[in-house]
Design a protein around this ligand. Structure first.
Ligand SMILES: NC(=O)c1ccc[n+]([C@@H]2O[C@H](COP(=O)([O-])OP(=O)(O)OC[C@H]3O[C@@H](n4cnc5c(N)ncnc54)[C@H](O)[C@@H]3O)[C@@H](O)[C@H]2O)c1
Length: 321
């Protein structure tokens, strides 16, 4: 991580503790605030479990594991966690009033050069900073879950976010081996979720039209688009496929794609019946314990393999430069 920033994280849940792993992994001391001792205990276990998996797939060595662990310090005291901090990431629950209150509090006690970043999934950075006196130092840094394995972080500008705040956020994230992008406007869903949900809407629509089964729709993505997407995003793919071809397909296909304004019937039906997917044992798929474990492992293993490949490529490019 950039030697210029000292990172503190507020919120020790799913995102808070895995963002801490990302920072500690690159050798930086990071402090994490949790709201009670049970919360901190859970986060410490979460960190240990993540490190065990990283070791299992040889992304880190035993000595790295000990170092990463020792780089993360948990505390119930906001004052302790803020001491010396130059960059704060908030990862508390997704409730606007809670975040506004938190930002107001931090804004009052942190010196002006401290960046205040929110990991909100979709709340407006401008709204989150509404009651601060220095909104120019506020920003959204949207990590994706699991934050220690997914490289993308969306840096979302609020109306008053300064260029310096964006620059410092990008520098910090790059130093954490992340792949940050700048979201120039405060729009719902930023970039990643807009693209993800465009695909999800069409997947539901195709299923409801009886075009293919759920498993086959998933397979169509996994074994075609999905294979290409880690290498070429939509614009690169179009350029490589030929814009004349993509233009003419867009012309006849766009009018036929879903424009649904909310989830389609099958999804509504599942949710209305308390079938939320893996966490309840039934969703679009039946989630036996065995299937659940297998999918968790498979996803984790593949994400780690990608990360190892990224690290290798980055080492190679450093060696070449
Ligand atoms: N979970 C995801 O997949 C995901 C992905 C991207 C962004 N986010 C966003 O990150 C933020 C944190 O999400 P999460 O999934 O880590 O949540 P979480 O519920 O797992 O953790 C929230 C943490 O906030 C703290 N907290 C709990 N109640 C609080 C309160 N009343 N006041 C202050 N702090 C409190 C605790 O430390 C708790 O562990 C949210 O804004 C969420 O939308 C989540």
């Amino acid at each position: 991580m950039s030697a210029q920033e000292t990172l503190s994280i507020f919120g020790a849940g799913t995102m808070g503790h895995s963002i801490a792993v990302s920072a500690a992994w690159v050798g930086n001391a990071v402090k994490v605030w949790g709201n009670d001792s049970e919360d901190i205990h859970r986060a410490q276990n979460g960190v240990r479990e993540k490190l065990t998996v990283l070791r299992r797939y040889e992304a880190i060595r035993a000595e790295d594991e000990a170092k990463i662990l020792s780089n993360i310090q948990f505390s119930l005291s906001k004052k302790d966690v803020l001491e010396g901090a130059t960059f704060v990431i908030e990862a508390i629950p997704e409730i606007l009033s809670l975040k506004q209150e938190f930002f107001k509090e931090l804004d009052a006690v942190c010196s002006r050069n401290v960046i205040l970043a929110s990991n909100t999934s979709g709340l407006s950075p401008t709204q989150i900073a509404k009651f601060t006196n220095h909104p120019e130092r506020t920003v959204v840094t949207h990590f994706w879950n699991p934050a220690h394995l997914i490289p993308l972080v969306e840096v979302v500008r609020g109306q008053h976010t300064s260029d310096a705040t964006v620059e410092r956020s990008l520098t910090l994230l790059l130093s954490m081996n992340k792949k940050p992008i700048v979201v120039k406007k405060d729009v719902l869903g930023s970039v990643g979720n807009r693209l993800q949900y465009a695909l999800f809407r069409e997947a539901q629509y195709i299923y409801e039209q009886g075009v293919a089964s759920i498993a086959d729709i998933d397979a169509a993505v996994q074994y075609s688009l999905g294979r290409r997407l880690p290498v070429t995003g939509p614009f690169l793919t179009a350029d490589m496929g030929g814009l004349d071809v993509f233009h003419s397909i867009s012309h006849y296909l766009f009018p036929d794609l879903s424009t649904a304004q909310s989830s389609l019937d099958e999804m509504k039906h599942l949710v209305d019946n308390g079938n939320y997917g893996q966490k309840t044992g039934k969703g679009f798929y039946e989630w036996s314990l065995e299937f659940s474990e297998r999918m968790n492992q498979e996803r984790e293993r593949e994400l780690i393999n990608w990360l190892k490949r990224d690290m290798q490529m980055s080492d190679e490019s450093k060696g070449n430069s």
